[in-house]
Design a protein around this ligand. Sequence first.
Ligand SMILES: *[C@@H]1O[C@H](CO)[C@@H](O)[C@H](O)[C@H]1NC(C)=O
Length: 297
Amino acid sequence: MGSSEKWFIAMILCGLLCGLAIGALPKSPVDVSFERNYVPSWSSDHIKYINGGSEVQLVLDKYSGTGFQSKGSYLFGHFSMRMKMVGGDSAGVVTAFYLSSQGLEHDEIDFEFLGNRTGQPYIVQTNVFTGGKGDREHRIYLWFDPTKDYHSYSVLWNMYQIVFFVDDVPIRIFKNSKDIGVKFPFNQPMKIYSSLWNADDWATRGGLEKTDWSKAPFIASYTSFHIDGCDASTPQSTQVCSTRGKTWWDQKAFEDLDGLQYRKLAGVRQKFTIYNYCTDRSRYATVPPECVRDKDV
Ligand SMILES: *[C@@H]1O[C@H](CO)[C@@H](O)[C@H](O)[C@H]1NC(C)=O
C-alpha cells in the first residue's frame, strides 16, 4: 500500500471514528471566567468573586437574592456552567440557570433547582417556552448530591433540537416539531441568566416547607462560564445565525441524540423522573404533539 492510500484510509477511519467521538457529546465546556461572558443583573453586592472571577458565589439573605446575565444574546449554540447548589437546609431556596429572549411571545429554556431540608433531595425542574407558551414542566431527582461538588449543567440548542444535559447525561430533549404545528425557538436571540432567590411560596413540597432564615446566608457557587453560541446582538447577525451548516452544533451529529445518549435519557426517565407534563392526563387530556416526537410517551 502506498503512502497516499494509507493516508486515504486514515482519513476515512477518522471520518467514522472522529465523527462518532463528536456525536457522543457536545464540545467539552471551557473554563472561562465570569467576566468574559457575564455581568450582574441585580443586587450586584450579593455576588462574590473568587480567584479573580474564575469562581463566583451568589448570596441569598433575608434582604435580597441576586442574579447575573450574559453580555451577549445568542441564537443557537452550547451553553454550560458548573454549579454547586446551596448546601444544608436550603428549603424554599431556588437556583435557576436559563436562556430567555425578550418581549411578549418569548422563548425560554429553563433549569430550576429546588432546595430542600438538610439531607432531603433537590428536585431539578425544566421547562421550555416557545412563543410565550410554557406549561411543559419536567421534574427529576439527581443521581448525586448537587451540593457536594461542582457538576456541569448545559443546554445544546440548534435548529433540530434543544437538549438539557447534567454532566454528560441528556435529561431532556425538545425536538423541532414545527412540521406538526409546535413552535420552536428559531429567530429570537436569547441571553443566559442565573439567579438565586427565595421561592418558599411554592418551591419545596409545594410551599409547605418555608425558608429558615436562621440558616442564611444561602450560597450557590459557580465556575466555568462557557458560552459557545452564535452572537446575535444585531438584526444582521440574527440572519447569519439562522443560516445553517456553519457551526459545529449544526452538524449532522447534533441533529439527534445518538444511541448511547438515548439509553442514558431512558435511564433518567425510568429511574429519576418525578413528573412529566407529557404523561399528565389530568392536565392534558390529549397528549401534546411534541411529546410523541420527543419519545416522552
Ligand atoms: C424534598 O424532600 C421531600 C422529602 O423527601 C420530597 O418529598 C420532596 O420532593 C423534596 N423536594 C422538594 C423540592 O420538595
